[in-house]
Structure formats: structure tokens, C-alpha cells
Write a protein that binds this ligand. Structure first.
Ligand SMILES: Cc1cc2nc3c(=O)[nH]c(=O)nc-3n(C[C@H](O)[C@H](O)[C@H](O)COP(=O)(O)OP(=O)(O)OC[C@H]3O[C@@H](n4cnc5c(N)ncnc54)[C@H](O)[C@@H]3O)c2cc1C
Length: 509
């Protein structure tokens, strides 16, 4: 959206014009865009957008905020931020503040998602540092029902009143991130392991379509008949189409496992069991169980109130574990409807394969699949890490390649939803959130829904934008009432997600 266009939009808001009930895919309807705002709020939006259009300001936002805080003092600085950026981008600090705001948005057809915005935006260095520290973190690791969990559950109990009933969570904020890091390494090692057995390129184990019989033959050829191998093969998850998981993930989400015992695999040279995870202390074992317990409790509560939990995607050194745990949570909780949703970052070269593998798992294990599709928020950090550690860049080479993957993923999901409808199955078995501020992507999604045969009434496609990022898309979607439209509300806590993330969100004006 050009600056001139935005200004036209803002000045038009002051005059009055009725919006049409059908969505205008040019996203150039000033009334629909700004109807929800008071004139001072429109002016604040103008100032905030204008400031966000200065690259230098966005690039150095943290430094500038620190300097301003020093000059103004904590109190004045906080007032200034609340009157400007936080006021525009953050829904409120607590439910009391949030509720009237949420209700107001709902009256414009825009539903809300609560996002608990304490973000552990850890760099690889910080994560490594935490790995070395054995002290208990602030996250209530030692108490299964830590304060964070209670917070989430409290928010969840208000889900039914808050529109979409979706709460967003970050797994790194619910437990010790370093355990996610270690489990991510295990998953990557398992992929290398199956690659060396079947050939390939670090794909999800399920995509190799290896059967248990083939594995049995493989070990027999290598090391003969061995009791350990037999025991290992008994706990591999598989069906007639092949292996789904090498490790017993169901035990992990049911909280009845020992990490160090779970991640063991036969060495193809000796047949002896090899540990795929470095030493885990009993204290760490219980911390991990506590994290899983918290996620289970939140999901259970969501199910009870008819809501849904959306798990955010994070950096690649945590993401394999986050995604695996989330998919297993889907398997456990999504038996009759989507309660848990995963997130897929399409800037990753592996994204399409990941979505396909997880859709396949959902189909074979008969659970509902929920996914938020994003481009990804940590690109610069991922690239810097890959360069520093000398491994291939996991990110798609260009923005266009990322968009292409996003659209391919979306079309794959829409096609599968259409197939469900054709087979007279519940189309809600696949529910997708198109989470993007990109007009072309939103347009493509709406056009493809029409073309492929997924209607808004199927209620399986949601649209998500961050609060205040692109009202010109969010509100027309809400006003057209053609599909459930959602935005994020960030609860203002320690950090503001938008400003503190690795890759600041830039506003195009
Ligand atoms: C509702 C919602 C929820 C979100 N949840 C998450 C989450 O859980 N995890 C997460 O990581 N992000 C999340 N995001 C952020 C999201 O991943 C994007 O960073 C953000 O939305 C910008 O992408 P876009 O499609 O909106 O806009 P666009 O401007 O179309 O795309 C910008 C994005 O394109 C990608 N890109 C840019 N240049 C290149 C390049 N040269 N090569 C490859 N890719 C490139 C980057 O990912 C960049 O962020 C969420 C966003 C929304 C709206």
C-alpha cells in the first residue's frame, strides 16, 4: 500500500461511506479498513505507520528504546509507548483491559486470538549458554503447575467469550528451551540415520515409506538376530504403509517415559543400542515432563471450553522438537475436532515436505489436522547461524521461492479439504490459518478457495494478522463476513513481540 493510498484511506475514514457486504479484493476500502477506529486512533495509526516506514528506526529500535527510556525514565517512557506503539499493536495488559477491546472488534466481524507475548527470543548463543546452565529457570520448571501454565489456563477459560477461542502459545516459554534443543538434535540425527538406511535428504522418517519388515531385514543383514533390535522394533510406530515414527512419541505426550531411555536406536555396525541424546539428569527429565504436562493441561482446558491452542513456530534449533510434540498433541487431543494447531514456516526449504508428512500422519492415525501457515520470522538469525556454523542455509534462496512454497502448501491443504468433501468426510479434519499480511497471499487464498471448491461456510480457512499490522486487510475480511477472520492480541508483558523479535516486522506504506 503506497503512502499516498494510506493517507487517502485515512482522510476518507473521516467522511462516511457504506461498505459492500462482499469483499473487495483490491483491499482499497477505507471505510472497511478504519471503521473500527476513533479519529485519534486513526491519527495514531498514521504516526505509527509513518515511523515504521523509516528503515533506520526499525533497524535500531531496541537501541533507540533503551536511550529513550534512559532520558525519559521508566514511567514517562512507558506512558509514551502505551500512547504510541504499544497502544497501536497491543490489545491490553490483562483481561480487564482486553475484553472491551475484543468485544468492539468482534462487532466489526474481527475475532481475536490471545497471544501471551513473553517471548524467549533466544539466539543460538544464548540457547547454548542456557544448555550449560543447570539452574532452575524462572518458568516454574520444578513445579508441574507453574505460574505460566495457570496464566494460560486462565486465559483459556475465557476462550468462548473471545471470538475464535484460539490461544497462541510458545513451547520455549512453557519449559526449558534447552531440552527442546536437544530433542531437535535427536530428530535430526534420526533423519540422518534413516537416510543412511534408505537414502534421501533428511526427510521426515514417514516420507521414506520404509516398512518394519524392511527394517528387520536391514538389521538382520547387518548384525544378525539381536534381542535389543527386536525390542527396538517393537516400539517403532508403523502401519501397513510404513514407519510413522522411530521413537515412541505417544509415551512422550502421555508423560510416562524417560527421555534417555526413549531415544535409543540400534547401531547398525554392532547391533548394540546407541543413545541419541546426551546425558539427561533426573531433574531435567522431570522438567521436561512438567512442560509436556503444562501443554496437555492447556489443551485439555481448551477442549473443555470448545477452544483451540495454536503452537507458534520458533527457530530451527528448537523447531523439530516443537513441531513433533505439537503433532503428537494433535494426535492425542484432536480426535473429534481441531484443538491443537501447529505452525509451518514456509521460508524453510523443508516446509512443504513437513506439512505433507504431518497431513499424512493425521490421515493414517485418524486425527484432525490444524495448521497455521506463515512465511517465518527468524530469517536473518537462521542465515547468520548457518553461515557461522558452516551448514547449508535452511531458508529458501529468495522471497519469491518462499512465496511459491507458501502458496504450494496452501493449495495442497485446500485440495485435501476438497477431497475430504468429495468423500463425504468432515472437511474440518483439516483446518488452516492463512497467517500473513501479504495482500497477494490473501487474494490467492480467497481465489483458490473458490477455484478448488472450499467455501467460507465450510469454516476451515481462517485468516490471521497481527493486531494493527494491516487493518486494510483484516477489517474488510471481517466486514465481508465471508470467513472467520482473526487477529492477534498481544498481552503487554515483558516484551513486545513485534518490536523485540529477531526480524522486526516492517510496515509497507
Ligand atoms: C497471525 C500470525 C501468526 C504468526 N506466527 C508466527 C509463528 O508462529 N512463527 C513465525 O516464525 N512467524 C510467525 N508469524 C510471522 C510470519 O512468519 C512473518 O514473519 C510475517 O507475517 C511476515 O510475512 P508476511 O507473509 O506477512 O509478509 P511478506 O512481507 O509477504 O513476507 C515477509 C517474509 O518473507 C520472508 N522472506 C523475505 N525475504 C526473503 C528472502 N530473501 N528469502 C526467503 N524468504 C524471505 C521472510 O519470512 C519475511 O518475514 C506470524 C504472523 C502472523 C500474521
Amino acid at each position: 500500500m503506497s503512502f499516498r493510498k494510506l493517507w487517502g484511506t485515512i482522510s476518507n475514514k473521516i467522511s462516511t461511506k457504506k461498505s459492500s457486504p462482499r469483499i473487495d479484493l483490491t483491499f482499497n476500502d477505507p471505510e472497511a479498513s478504519f471503521r473500527s477506529k476513533t479519529t485519534p486512533e486513526v491519527l495514531r495509526a498514521y504516526i505509527v505507520y509513518k515511523l515504521c516506514s523509516y528503515e533506520k528506526l526499525v533497524d535500531h529500535n531496541m537501541k533507540l528504546m533503551k536511550i529513550s527510556e534512559k532520558i525519559l525514565g521508566k514511567f514517562l517512557f512507558s506512558k509514551l509507548m502505551k500512547a504510541t506503539f504499544f497502544g497501536h499493536f497491543v490489545g491490553g495488559e490483562d483481561l480487564k483491559q482486553l475484553m472491551p477491546f475484543v468485544m468492539r472488534l468482534q462487532s466489526f466481524g474481527v475475532k481475536s486470538i490471545l497471544d501471551y507475548s513473553v517471548e524467549e527470543d533466544l539466539s543460538e548463543e544464548q540457547a547454548e549458554k542456557i544448555v550449560k546452565e543447570s539452574s532452575v529457570s524462572e518458568m516454574g520448571d520444578e513445579i508441574a503447575d507453574g505460574s505460566l501454565k495457570q496464566y494460560h489456563v486462565m486465559e483459556n477459560s475465557h476462550m468462548d467469550r473471545l471470538g475464535t477461542g484460539i490461544t497462541a502459545i510458545k513451547l520455549t516459554a512453557l519449559g526449558r528451551p534447552q531440552l527442546l534443543l536437544q530433542i531437535s538434535e535427536v530428530i535430526m540425527k534420526a533423519r540422518e540415520y534413516i537416510d543412511s538406511m534408505a537414502g534421501g535428504n533428511h526427510k521426515n522418517v514417514l516420507l521414506h515409506h520404509k516398512t518394519i519388515e524392511e527394517m528387520e531385514r536391514y538389521y538382520k543383514d547387518k548384525v544378525g538376530e539381536q534381542q535389543d533390535v527386536k525390542e527396538f522394533l517393537k516400539q517403532v510406530t508403523s502401519d501397513k504403509e510404513g514407519i510413522i515414527n522411530l521413537f515412541p512419541w505417544s509415551g512422550i505426550v502421555d508423560e510416562n517415559f524417560q527421555l534417555s531411555e526413549t531415544f535409543r536406536i540400534p547401531d547398525p555396525k554392532t547391533g548394540r543400542m546407541r543413545k541419541f541424546i546426551s546425558q539427561i539428569t533426573p531433574k531435567e527429565e522431570s522438567m521436561f515432563r512438567n512442560m509436556i504436562h503444562r501443554v496437555n493441561t492447556i489443551a485439555q482446558k481448551a477442549k473443555e471450553v470448545g477452544g483451540c491452542v495454536m503452537v507458534d513456530a520458533e527457530q530451527t534449533y528448537f523447531q523439530p522438537a516443537i513441531s513433533r510434540i505439537t503433532v503428537e498433541m494433535m494426535r492425542k487431543h484432536n480426535k473429534e475436532k481441531v484443538v491443537v494447531m501447529n505452525t509451518y514456516q514456509n521460508y524453510l526449504q523443508s516446509a512443504f515436505d513437513e506439512v505433507k508428512a504431518d497431513l499424512e500422519q493425521a490421515k493414517r492415525q485418524n486425527f484432525y489436522f490444524g495448521a497455521k501457515i506463515v512465511r517465518g520470522a527468524y530469517m536473518e538469525q537462521e542465515r547468520a547461524r548457518a553461515k557461522e556454523l558452516g551448514y547449508p542455509d535452511p531458508i529458501n534462496p529468495t522471497y519469491e521461492a518462499t512465496s511459491e512454497m507458501y502458496h504450494k502448501t496452501l493449495i495442497e491443504c485446500l485440495t485435501r479439504i476438497r477431497d475430504l468433501k468429495k468423500q463425504k468426510m468432515d472437511p474440518k479434519r483439516i483446518t488452516i490459518m492463512v497467517a500473513s499480511h501479504n495482500e497477494d497471499t490473501i487474494r490467492l487464498a480467497i481465489n483458490k478457495m473458490d477455484e478448488i471448491g472450499v467455501s467460507p461456510e465450510d469454516n476451515v480457512i481462517l485468516f490471521g494478522q497481527l493486531l494493527g499490522m494491516c487493518d486494510f486487510i483484516t477489517f474488510p475480511l471481517g466486514a465481508a463476513d465471508m470467513m472467520s477472520t482473526s487477529i492477534y492480541h498481544m498481552v503487554l508483558l515483558q516484551k513486545c513481540f513485534l518490536i523485540c523479535r529477531e526480524e522486526p516486522l516492517r510496515i509497507r506504506v
